[in-house]
Design a binder for this molecule. Structure first.
Ligand code: CA
Length: 257
């Protein structure tokens, strides 16, 4: 599996450059431009990433606060701070909130990549020590709500009636099932289900979601299984009544920043 890097950077040009260069090295990159979005993703599942690259000066929530919050959740995810702040006190504060490395902008690309490799090796040891919850990659049949889906025979029924899904719709559904409960970004779906990376085509993900809701939800306008997580992506919940451990406020349209 490709190492997964969450990049938090609000300067679009720099963010795109980082993504391009990291992907060229074979990493899977998730790009977000605000601290609040980063915290949402990390709160949802910090084990979805192997490394966090973090800018400090961000609109709303600072990189320091992001790192502090992360350390409450996960003290092992490696963090590389990438910042224009070059004072010793900034670096000190960065390390105090739990960063592993600090690189000052403008930076040398080779040095950045070397530090990334270094931190990912650190993370490999962390994963060997604490095994994250394994994904059930061998799901063949699943039932949720009124639906029963068999991923091997492609047989899908809702209320006992056969339903036709396209191959892509089934692949998307399968990805949701295998990652149930976790917030999944549109970008991740594009990379994992469509096998394309880049910012474009996230709309087509939304179209597929509408179709899944139309097929499986009792009330597609008020989904219980295929939830929208505002500003981030989607979350699949097989048994809505059993998901009381999840924060219901995550689904509300609260303002961020
Ligand atoms: Ca910035």
């Amino acid at each position: 599996m490709k190492p997964r890097i969450l990049v938090v950077e609000d300067e679009t040009h720099l963010a795109q450059g980082l993504k391009y260069n990291l992907e060229a090295e074979g990493y899977k990159v998730t790009l977000v431009d605000s601290g609040t979005t980063a915290v949402k993703l990390l709160e949802s599942d910090s084990h979805a990433y192997d490394l966090l690259i973090l800018d400090l000066m961000l609109p709303g929530m600072s990189g320091y606060s992001v790192c502090e919050r992360l350390r409450e959740l996960d003290d092992a995810l490696p963090v590389l701070i990438l910042s224009a702040r070059s004072l010793a006190e900034d670096r000190t504060r960065g390390f105090d909130v739990g960063a592993n490395q600090y690189l000052t902008k403008p930076f040398d690309l080779d040095e950045l990549l070397a530090r990334v490799r270094n931190l990912l090796r650190l993370n490999a040891r962390r994963d060997a020590a604490i095994k994250p919850k394994p994904l059930s990659t061998k799901v063949t049949e699943v039932s949720f709500g009124r639906a029963v889906v068999n991923f091997e025979t492609y047989q899908v029924t809702v209320d006992g009636r056969d339903v036709k899904l396209t191959h892509k719709e089934l692949s998307l559904l399968r990805y949701f099932v295998e990652n149930q409960g976790r917030v999944i970004s549109r970008q991740e779906l594009l990379t994992e289900v469509w096998d394309v990376s880049g910012e474009m085509q996230t709309r087509s993900v939304d179209q597929f979601l509408l179709r899944l809701r139309k097929t499986f939800e009792t009330d597609p306008a008020n989904p219980k299984h295929f939830l929208t997580i505002r500003d981030v992506g989607y979350r699949f919940v097989a048994n809505p009544s059993e998901s009381t451990d999840l924060d219901p406020s995550a689904e509300t349209d609260r303002k961020t920043g």
